[in-house]
Design a protein around this ligand. Structure first.
Ligand SMILES: Cc1ncc(COP(=O)(O)O)c(C=O)c1O
Length: 272
C-alpha cells in the first residue's frame, strides 16, 4: 500500500461495528475477563484502544514495528532521556529545539548525566566518543541545519551508541530515519502530524521490542500518555498528512518570489 492509502485507511478498526474510524474510548478502566486474568485493556494509562489505533497508524506510516504515543513531543523526548543512566553521556546537535535544550541544560546535571554539544555531526569524529546515545534533530529547529543520518548511524553503531532522530520537521512522509539506520525516532506530533493546531502530542517509533517494552513501562510509570480524545484528533490529522506536506512545500517554494515582490529585495535564495 502507498503512503496515502495507509494514511487514510490505516489504524486498528472497530471490527464489531465496521466503523471506518476508531471509537473514542473515554474509559479510564476496562472490565477484566475474570479475577485471575488481565485483559488487553485494563487501565488507560497503560493501554487504551483509541491510542492503540493511532499508534498502529503511526507505526505503519513509518515502516516501524512499534509506536508509543505521548502527551507532547517533550514527553516523548523525556522518555528517551530516561534511557540514560547516571554517569552516561549523550551527544546532541547544537541547534536542537529550545525545549530539548532546556531539558539537557537544566536537568542532566542534577541527574548525574553528561552531554556534549556537537556543532556539526557531518564532520564530527564519532569513533573517538564514549557516549551512550546520539540525539540528532534534522532538519533542526529553527535553523534547519541538516545532518547525514546514515553517516551518523554507521559510525555510532560501531561504538554501540543508540541513535535517536527528532524527525518533527520532515515526518515519515519525507524522511524515515529507521530505514537510514536510526534506532529511535521521536516526533512533536503537535506540528505536521496533528496539523490543525488543536492538540499537543508526541510519538516514539522503533523496531526493537525490548526498548519498546521499556518505553511502555516508562510511560505507564511517569504518566505522560496521549488521551483517547487527542489520539482520535491526531489520527484525523494524520489522514491528510501528505496533502498538507505537499502544499507546505509548494508554499515554501513560492515564498521567496512573494517576499521579493512585497519588499523589492532580491537576495532571497531557495536552498534545496
Ligand atoms: C523539533 C521539535 N522537537 C520537539 C518539540 C517539542 O514538542 P511539543 O511542543 O509537542 O512538546 C518541538 C516543539 O516545537 C520541536 O519543534
Amino acid at each position: 500500500m502507498g503512503f496515502n492509502t495507509i494514511a487514510v485507511h490505516g489504524g486498528i478498526k472497530d471490527e464489531s461495528k465496521k466503523a471506518i474510524n476508531p471509537p473514542v474510548y473515554l474509559s479510564s478502566t476496562f472490565i477484566q475477563p475474570d479475577t485471575e486474568t488481565e485483559g488487553e485493556y485494563c487501565y488507560s494509562r497503560g493501554n487504551n484502544p483509541t491510542r492503540a489505533s493511532v499508534e498502529d497508524l503511526a507505526a505503519s506510516l513509518e515502516g516501524a514495528r512499534f509506536a508509543i504515543a505521548t502527551s507532547s513531543g517533550m514527553a516523548a523526548t523525556s522518555l528517551v532521556f530516561e534511557l540514560i543512566k547516571e554517569g552516561e553521556k549523550i551527544l546532541i546537535n547544537n541547534n536542537v529545539y529550545g525545549g530539548t535544550w532546556r531539558f539537557v541544560s537544566n536537568l542532566f546535571e542534577n541527574r548525574g548525566l553528561d552531554y556534549e554539544i556537537v556543532d556539526d555531526f557531518n564532520t564530527y569524529d564519532l569513533e573517538k566518543s564514549n557516549a551512550k546515545l546520539v540525539f540528532i534533530e534534522t532538519p533542526s529547529n529553527p535553523l534547519l541545519e541538516v545532518t547525514d543520518i546514515r553517516r551518523v548511524c554507521d559510525l555510532a553503531h560501531k561504538k554501540n551508541m543508540l541513535v535517536v532522530v527528532d524527525n518533527t520537521f520532515m515526518t515519515s512522509y519525507l524522511q524515515r530515519p529507521l530505514e537510514l539506520g536510526a534506532d529511535i525516532v521521536v516526533y512533536s506530533a503537535t506540528k505536521y502530524y496533528g496539523g490543525h493546531s488543536d492538540i499537543l502530542a508526541g510519538l516514539i517509533l522503533l523496531n526493537d521490542e525490548a526498548l519498546y517494552e521499556r518505553f511502555r513501562f516508562l510511560r505507564n510509570t511517569l504518566g505522560g500518555i496521549l488521551s483517547p480524545f487527542d489520539s482520535f484528533l491526531l489520527m484525523r490529522g494524520m489522514r491528510t498528512l501528505a496533502l498538507r506536506m505537499d502544499k507546505q512545500q509548494e508554499n515554501a517554494k513560492n515564498l521567496p518570489s512573494f517576499l521579493k515582490a512585497m519588499t523589492g529585495r532580491t537576495e532571497y535564495t531557495i536552498r534545496d
